[in-house]
Design a protein around this ligand. Structure first.
Ligand SMILES: Cc1cc2nc3c(=O)[nH]c(=O)nc-3n(C[C@H](O)[C@H](O)[C@H](O)COP(=O)(O)OP(=O)(O)OC[C@H]3O[C@@H](n4cnc5c(N)ncnc54)[C@H](O)[C@@H]3O)c2cc1C
Length: 213
């Protein structure tokens, strides 16, 4: 789908949204498949409500894209545009035992960053590719742990209800009628005496992660 309406095209820079037209999703998904559409990169997360209401009022359908590691997208010209959060800099801020993380931040790098700053426990998620926002949407998990267990607060925008807000509980999967855009999350990895520390061990077969017992 191409955004050709001059009103939308003119409004996007004001909302700090970058239009990349056209974009092949095959270049943005792990499976390297997917057709072509316009990609809207949201640089100012505060503009999400205005952007979505602008698209809705002009009948432009949309889908969300994180890191593209769990998407199976059809070929050809796609009947919707894709919205993707651009990452802020810095995208992780520590506050005591909490890590405030941008929805566009890379999950593996987030886990590593936390562990390096003595906030451990989430290391099982280190190999899950994709963004923090995508991981929250999917409730990503590995090695017996799920990201939801570590989430204390999520800032989100509820598309169907047109509401921005904060969820203080773990986000569950929701229905397609109530899709939401994850903007930011606060994690509380393990801390204190039971905190596990992460070590990088180099071995002949590469880099390995281990924990203190
Ligand atoms: C090699 C490989 C290994 C994997 N291993 C694991 C594993 O061990 N455990 C596991 O759980 N998964 C695994 N996955 C799947 C994938 O990595 C996870 O589902 C990941 O959390 C998806 O994140 P993403 O940012 O790539 O999301 P995407 O693939 O881009 O999107 C996934 C879904 O989330 C939605 N979404 C994305 N960002 C947002 C946002 N900001 N707000 C709202 N919705 C959003 C999308 O619309 C889509 O519905 C693996 C994938 C690959 C390719």
């Amino acid at each position: 789908m191409r955004i050709e309406d001059p009103m939308i095209v003119a409004a996007l820079p004001e909302l700090n949204v970058e239009l990349r037209s056209p974009s092949a999703l095959a270049g943005l998904t792990s499976l390297a498949i997917g057709g072509t559409t316009d990609l809207l990169r949201i640089k100012n997360h505060e503009s999400i409500p205005s952007l979505l209401s602008l698209l809705d009022s002009h009948g432009v359908s949309h889908r969300f894209l994180g890191g593209g590691s769990n998407l199976l997208v059809g070929d050809g010209e796609l009947p919707w545009v894709v919205l993707q959060l651009a990452s802020s800099d810095p995208d992780i801020a520590l506050d005591g035992n909490f890590a405030h993380v941008d929805g566009a931040a890379d999950l593996g790098r987030t886990v590593t960053y936390c562990a390096k700053h003595d906030l451990g426990g989430m290391e099982g998620l280190i190999g899950v590719p994709g963004t923090v926002g995508g991981a929250l949407r999917m409730n990503a998990g590995a090695y017996g742990m799920q990201i939801g267990s570590y989430v204390r607060e999520v800032k989100l925008y509820r598309d169907a209800r047109g509401e921005a807000g904060t969820s203080l509980q773990t986000v569950q999967r929701n229905s397609s009628r109530d899709s939401y855009l994850q903007r930011k999350a606060a994690f509380e990895p393990a801390a204190g005496p039971e905190k596990r520390r992460l070590h990088l061990q180099k071995s002949a077969r590469g880099v390995r992660w281990t924990h203190d017992r």
